[in-house]
Design a binder for this molecule. Structure first.
Ligand SMILES: NC(=O)c1ccc[n+]([C@@H]2O[C@H](COP(=O)([O-])OP(=O)(O)OC[C@H]3O[C@@H](n4cnc5c(N)ncnc54)[C@H](OP(=O)(O)O)[C@@H]3O)[C@@H](O)[C@H]2O)c1
Ligand SMILES: Nc1nc(=O)c(N)c(NC[C@H](O)[C@H](O)[C@H](O)COP(=O)(O)O)[nH]1
Length: 221
């Protein structure tokens, strides 16, 4: 599977504020750039933290991009993927509406009542891992179901695990022209952090967009 990560951060590296509510970092051109990446993928993934904080829809907004997908025989929107060990996704979350299919990667111990409720709400459940979702195993399962190219949009906890698991091929970061600050505000890669064997990146492109900069990297290894 080809995995691309995209996120928007402030000039001080934060994905949102310490309140973990959604901060608009991108401008319109950057949101359009992300829409095009979504349209080019078979799936768009976020962690449960992002679902609970932002209630994202994770669909393609531009009708022309949706038409191009239909013309090439793809569903109008990529599949939505939520990484959610305990099956905490609310049944009225926007990712569970009928605009697109939705896969939930859950842990082996996810409660049966939550699994049943989420299946009733239309989700497809994929079991991988125990304490936390085993990303490599979960993504392998999604690949066997036809997701060959996956966009991971965050948040910081999930992105750290994705780098730890070594599953990320490409990274693009929009750096917006603002400071958010806060030692507890989410960053691009949270988790425990690396102390050695830091994932290394090769800078592939730098582009000025809206009032910020898009940095595009290939991930080594
Ligand atoms: N600016 C941007 O581009 C951007 C993008 C996305 C999100 N955000 C912001 O980021 C914040 C949310 O980020 P977050 O870090 O709190 O949440 P997150 O990364 O979206 O989700 C983290 C949660 O996913 C679950 N999970 C399951 N398996 C995991 C694994 N292997 N590794 C890591 N997590 C795993 C864990 O909950 P369980 O243990 O319950 O499973 C974990 O707490 C929000 O404020 C949102 O607005 C910003
Ligand atoms: N590219 C980007 N720029 C931002 O300034 C920002 N706050 C996010 N945040 C990502 C997060 O995952 C959001 O929840 C989804 O971008 C919402 O996605 P929808 O529009 O509901 O499909 N992403």
């Amino acid at each position: 599977m080809n995995v691309v990560v995209n996120a928007a951060m402030s000039a001080d590296g934060k994905l949102s504020s310490r309140r973990r509510d959604r901060v608009r970092i991108s401008g319109p051109k950057d949101f359009a750039r992300v829409d095009a990446i979504r349209a080019d993928c078979d799936g768009v993934a976020v962690g449960i933290g992002t679902v609970l904080a932002d209630d994202p829809h994770l669909t393609v907004e531009d009708p022309d991009l949706r038409a191009e997908r239909r013309e090439r025989g793809d569903p109008e929107h990529p599949a939505r993927v939520v990484i959610d060990t305990r099956a905490r996704t609310p049944t009225d979350a926007r990712v569970l509406d009928d605009a697109a299919e939705t896969h939930l990667l859950v842990g082996e111990d996810a409660p049966d009542d939550r699994r049943a409720a989420l299946r009733d709400a239309g989700a497809h459940l994929v079991e991988a891992g125990t304490e936390r979702v085993d990303l490599a195993a979960g993504l392998d399962e999604l690949e066997s179901e036809g997701i060959d190219r996956l966009l991971i949009e965050g948040g910081g906890e999930l992105l750290f695990s994705a780098f730890t698991a070594g599953v990320v091929d490409d990274l693009s970061v929009y750096v917006g022209s603002l400071i958010i600050g806060g030692r507890d505000a989410p960053t691009l890669a949270d988790g425990e952090g690396f102390v050695e064997a830091f994932p290394e990146l090769t800078l592939a492109d730098v582009e000025r967009l809206d009032d910020g900069v898009v940095l595009s990297y290939a991930v080594e290894g």
